[in-house]
Write a protein that binds this ligand. Structure first.
Ligand code: 1PR
Length: 535
């Protein structure tokens, strides 16, 4: 038919499906959006990337008549690919803010992961599949990892055996994909799973396509530790957006001109790191605390362009807060975040504003639901909200000298102090606040953060290794994933942080920008040390 290269996409407008669109286009297909239930029934092939919460998705689908059309389409064995929530909605019901009824096509209840026994929730990252039966679209996955991000999952059972094509283990075995005839769905994100993920989409879109099976050194067996490349972005004095990198947050050259250090162009570098095997790319708009990010169109452009060719998760941070512009127009932090999501971000990261929210919550013990953290995680889910902490080490002689959580430091301070606390800062490290990193981490987890990006001003740009004391403290204090950041100088620093702490990911900037240590050699080293990584 003439529609051979057309894909129908069911996007009910609840979040970011830009990456799915980008991946489909990248593979050479055109997208037709579903507007009416008839569009579903008339589709040649339908992709359904579920986003947002289960209940609100079912609500929209039922009200628009799409639920019924979907059920008919699937019962007629028409080509279908559900992604993430697009898999979960096929089941009978979900416990997410429920019980809430789903489409009821597959027997089973979608429940929350159990965060006991050390499995952090959300389940974020690259994990392995156990293939249960031939699923065709997974043929190139082999020993590779694929990217998951979710807190709820369906379980395999005798009742749904005929559907389940693969499972994944995270504390327990959950349904990673289903297949019956032409109907497919995956819990992971093919559009965020690099080359392997693109091959899953390609096989669905064009079942006759040739495989791209690649040999791997490692064999995926469990959740991998992630290696993240971070791009600190700001306008230089000429007004061009550049990737910069500081020493303890000072990003200016120590020359007469005192210019902002320029380490490259954001889109180019992000594309390079994707090719080099970065598991994720983070952009931090480091002057976001003073410049309005929606006025900062170049940053949105950077995201849009990057997401066209980079098929791993993208995080963006800086300036996520309420804002009133020069004309008196008020923008809520949710609007700011939404614009970032629409431009291609999978997660947003909040720095300063999360510190204020945590201070307020500690003082009043009331969850107002009004902080940017609470609002954004309510709408987009906590897996989409990272809190970035910028702490500075403060040595003390006696833990009783301060009201914050102190630790016994591995290396004593300049005056022989044996203890330290980690003071949170705002505005890019410029202002210290009366709250510790430990207290902040506990509170933001409660307020809806899905992940913590843990920097350390003392270690930033020093290349002497991560602050193990700090990372251990925080990763033991919370049950959401923690990204270790600041100080990586060699491949050994990555294995050290994974062996000595419970960090789920390690992030670096300077060594990658200056091409001192390629991402691939970090991965190879970790593999040699017996640490699971995505190759
Ligand atoms: O407060 O919500 O506007 O967010 C501002 C964001 O910008 C925060 O996430 C904050 O961490 C970041 N930021 C602000 N100022 C700076 C600066 O450097 N002057 N950068 C800054 C943070 C730290 C890491 C860095 C690692 C690894 N940079 O992003 O990439 O330390 O570096 P390394 O591997 O070279 O040691 P808001």
């Amino acid at each position: 038919s003439s529609s051979g290269s057309v894909v129908t996409l069911l996007d009910y407008g609840a979040g970011n499906v830009r990456s799915v669109r980008n991946a489909i286009r990248y593979l050479g297909f055109e997208i037709e959006d579903v507007r009416t239930p008839e569009d579903i029934l008339n589709a040649d092939r339908l992709i359904f990337p579920g986003v947002g919460a289960f209940a609100s998705a079912m609500d929209v689908l039922t009200k628009t008549g799409m639920a019924e059309a979907l059920s008919t389409y699937i019962k007629n064995d028409r080509p279908f690919l559900g992604i993430c929530l697009g898999l979960q909605l096929l089941f009978e019901s979900s416990e997410e803010n429920g019980p809430v009824n789903g489409l009821g096509l597959i027997p089973g209840v979608v429940g929350r992961f159990n965060s006991s026994n050390g499995f952090r929730v959300p389940h974020i990252g690259w994990n392995a599949l156990q293939v249960a039966k031939d699923s065709e679209i997974l043929d190139d996955v082999g020993d590779h990892h694929v990217y998951f991000v979710h807190s709820y999952r369906a379980m395999p059972s005798d009742d749904n055996k005929e559907w389940v094509s693969s499972t994944c283990n995270y504390g327990d075995d959950f349904v990673a994909s289903i297949r019956r005839g032409n109907v497919h769905a995956v819990q992971f994100h093919p559009e965020k799973s690099g080359d392997v993920g693109l091959s899953v989409l390609r096989r669905f879109l064009n079942p006759k396509s040739q495989g791209t099976k690649k040999s791997t050194q490692g064999k995926a067996s469990k959740l991998a530790k992630r290696v993240i490349a971070c791009l600190d972005v700001r306008a230089n004095d000429k007004g061009d957006l550049v990737v910069t990198k500081g020493d303890q947050y000072d990003v200016r050259e120590h020359t007469k001109e005192n210019e902002v250090r320029n380490l490259g162009k954001p889109v180019e570098l992000a594309g390079q790191y994707y090719k080099d095997g970065a598991d994720e790319v983070s952009f931090l708009n480091i002057t976001g605390f003073r410049d309005f990010p929606l006025g900062d169109l170049p940053m949105l452009q950077v995201l849009r362009h990057t997401s066209e060719n980079v098929f791993v998760p993208l995080t963006v941070g800086g300036g996520i807060r309420d804002f009133t512009d020069a004309n008196g127009r008020y923008y809520s932090s949710l609007e700011v975040a939404s614009e970032y999501f629409r431009s291609g971000a999978d997660k947003i990261s909040i720095g300063s504003d999360a510190v204020y929210a945590a201070e307020e919550y500690i003082k009043t013990k009331v969850k107002t639901g009004k902080s940017s953290l609470e609002q954004i995680s309510k709408v987009y889910g906590n897996q989409a909200v990272v809190v970035s902490i910028d702490p500075r080490r403060v040595y003390v002689k006696d833990p009783n000298d301060v009201q914050f959580k102190t630790i016994r430091v591995t290396k004593p301070g300049p005056n022989g102090e044996e203890y330290a606390w980690y003071q949170c800062t705002v505005n890019g490290g410029r202002e210290g606040r009366p709250i510790g990193a430990y207290e902040l981490a506990k509170v933001v987890e409660e307020l809806g953060a899905g992940e913590i990006l843990l920097n350390c001003i003392d270690c930033d740009g020093q290349g002497k290794g991560f602050d193990i004391d700090l990372i251990k403290l925080i990763s033991d204090a919370v049950s959401i994933p923690v990204i270790a950041s600041s100080g990586a100088g060699s491949v050994e620093h990555f294995s050290e942080v994974f062996m000595k702490t419970n960090a789920s990911a390690a992030l670096a900037a300077g060594i990658f920008h200056r091409k001192e240590v390629p991402i691939q050699s970090v991965k190879e080293h970790l593999l040699k040390e017996g640490i699971e990584v995505r190759i």
